[in-house]
Design a protein around this ligand. Sequence first.
Ligand code: NDP
Ligand code: NDP
Length: 317
Amino acid sequence: MANKIVSLFNIQYPIIQAGMIWCSGWKLASAVSNAGGLGIIGSGSMYPEVLEEHLVKCKNATNKPFAVNLPMLYPNIDQHIELIIKHKVPIVFTSAGNPKTYTALLKSHGITVVHVVSSLKFAKKAEEAGVDALVAEGFEAGGHNGRDETTTLCLIPMVAAEVKIPIIAAGGIATGRGMLAAMILGADGVQIGTRFIASPESSAHDNFKKVVVDASEGDTLLTLKELTPVRLVKNDFFKQLEKAYEECATPEQLTQLLGRGRAKKGMFEGDLVEGELEIGQISGLVKEVKPAGEIVQEIMTEYHQAKNEQNTAKYIF
Ligand code: NDP
Ligand code: NDP
């Protein structure tokens, strides 16, 4: 019997490229899908006309399945859903909201629905809402994150013990070894974000790609729990937040300091001082920018090597 994620999405490898605002347009999504994984267009940063342009270009660039990530906080979500249906997108990943709201509608159009969760409680709710699979994303992940700080190592086996639908592990995975570890813990596939930012096909600004490859262990931290928890690089903007916390800023003052459009400023326009830079802890392992297709191949080669090592002395005692 084939791997559940490979069968569900009709792809070659259970490697999903995360939908990342400002960083994953049609170029990255089509490159990952062409390499045998599943590419995702991150629609949270796209006005509807921009999303439509990316859908058309993605369909021209690949005849393989691809997906759209739909953050449910997005203000024009109904227009995005209309476009997804109009352009016959086969798979949608919903995040940051209640999976009950749109799952039935999307599924009535033959769309496979996956929901992103950060806890066992939300995983059960998503299963009840009828989604086809889950992304279980741990504390290590970049960008928006859960409040409970549950790590991938703890989250995956807990979800796997109580949920029947296929599980995609996310947060802290960038390599074939990480992928094998997640699958041993109970995942059926992996979602990888940070490593794919460091590719020529990502629409992230080159300055931001350099931040990813230069980052070391300890360079990111989860912050803004009073608003929406988010893991950020400790740049100048992050230090402004730290100072505000020292001065006991209220949530209103934090909202004011955050302002509007900081993610675009940092990740798309390359303002490393004032921008919001969202990457995961695993950035400490990402050392170079390379084509998305090579990243997929490298992960698969390492996965098979690591799997074969399980017969070696290290594992026998
Ligand atoms: P362009 O449309 O300018 O295209 C960039 C390059 O891609 C051009 O050299 C173009 O070649 C080529 N190209 C266009 N279509 C195809 C295709 N179907 N197959 C192969 N190559 C193609 O920019 P983008 O596509 O990168 O972005 C489109 C818009 O979306 C821009 O306004 C951009 O700012 C925005 N964007 C928004 C993002 C977000 O998260 N909000 C993320 C990424 C981009 P040629 O000129 O020869 O056609
Ligand atoms: P802000 O409120 O700071 O800014 C909104 C940004 O989204 C602007 O840069 C704006 O572009 C762009 N945008 C695209 N479409 C629209 C629209 N219809 N109305 C208003 N703005 C739009 O938000 P963030 O940048 O922090 O987040 C943007 C989106 O991404 C949200 O939907 C959020 O839920 C999601 N998100 C998801 C994350 C994840 O990990 N899944 C992480 C962070 C955010 P412009 O500047 O060109 O006007």
